[in-house]
Write a protein that binds this ligand. Structure first.
Ligand code: SF4
Length: 196
């Protein structure tokens, strides 16, 4: 018997698609809840949907998404075996950074997804995702370039570890960061399998 009381991912996605908690609701074509396994061992969280994501309602399907998919596959990971989403579920105009108010409004959706999936490893991609979770879990208040390469043990959640890394969009413009990103993904895989 399933005793879980958290809403399942599809129920959370339906709430997201009808959400009007911030002004981005009026601007979206589609909300982008995220996609992947209900009980994914690794959850990847980026910043916000872009134009292609807004058009399709799917996460990371534009240029940076293609690069992300390639880099994951190079480490033997298929997107469908993970859960991939962003801290904001609707596209900010002109791909601007989400405001603090928008992040605050949208955070309950993301935290509900985290609770529902309970991944062993949470991978934050980019500064915005790390900043949100560093505030949530009382981690060092630093930029991703200063904390990547570290693994944070989480004590206040069913998720055991947080691995910060770069956002794939940043890798397009600075390909020298790709080996670090790949190392971080390898670290996440090791921790998700409990082989450390
Ligand atoms: S960005 Fe988040 S909080 Fe704002 S309308 Fe979309 S789903 Fe709701």
């Amino acid at each position: 018997m399933d005793l879980r009381t958290e809403p399942l991912l599809e129920e959370i996605a339906a709430r997201i698609r009808s959400c009007t908690r911030c002004g981005l609701a009026a601007l979206r074509t589609n909300a982008v809840p995220g996609e992947g396994l209900q009980h994914a061992p690794i959850m990847l969280v980026g910043e916000a949907p872009g134009e292609k994501e807004d058009d399709t309602g799917r996460p990371f399907v534009g240029r940076s998404g293609k690069l992300l998919t390639e880099l994951l596959e190079a480490e033997g990971l298929k997107r469908e075996d993970l859960f991939i989403t962003s801290i904001i579920k609707c596209r900010p105009p002109d791909n601007r950074e989400p405001t603090r108010e928008e992040v605050r409004s949208c955070a309950p959706h993301l935290l509900m997804q985290l609770d529902s999936i309970s991944p062993r490893v949470l991978v934050t991609m980019g500064n915005s995702a790390y900043e949100l979770f560093s505030n949530t879990f009382y981690l060092p208040n630093k930029k991703v370039g200063e904390v990547r390469g570290k693994v944070f043990r989480l004590h206040s959640t069913t998720t055991s570890y947080l691995v910060p890394t770069y956002h794939p969009a940043g890798l397009i413009y600075n390909r020298k960061l790709i080996p670090d990103f790949q190392n971080d993904i390898r670290t996440a895989i090791r921790y998700s399998k409990g082989t450390v």
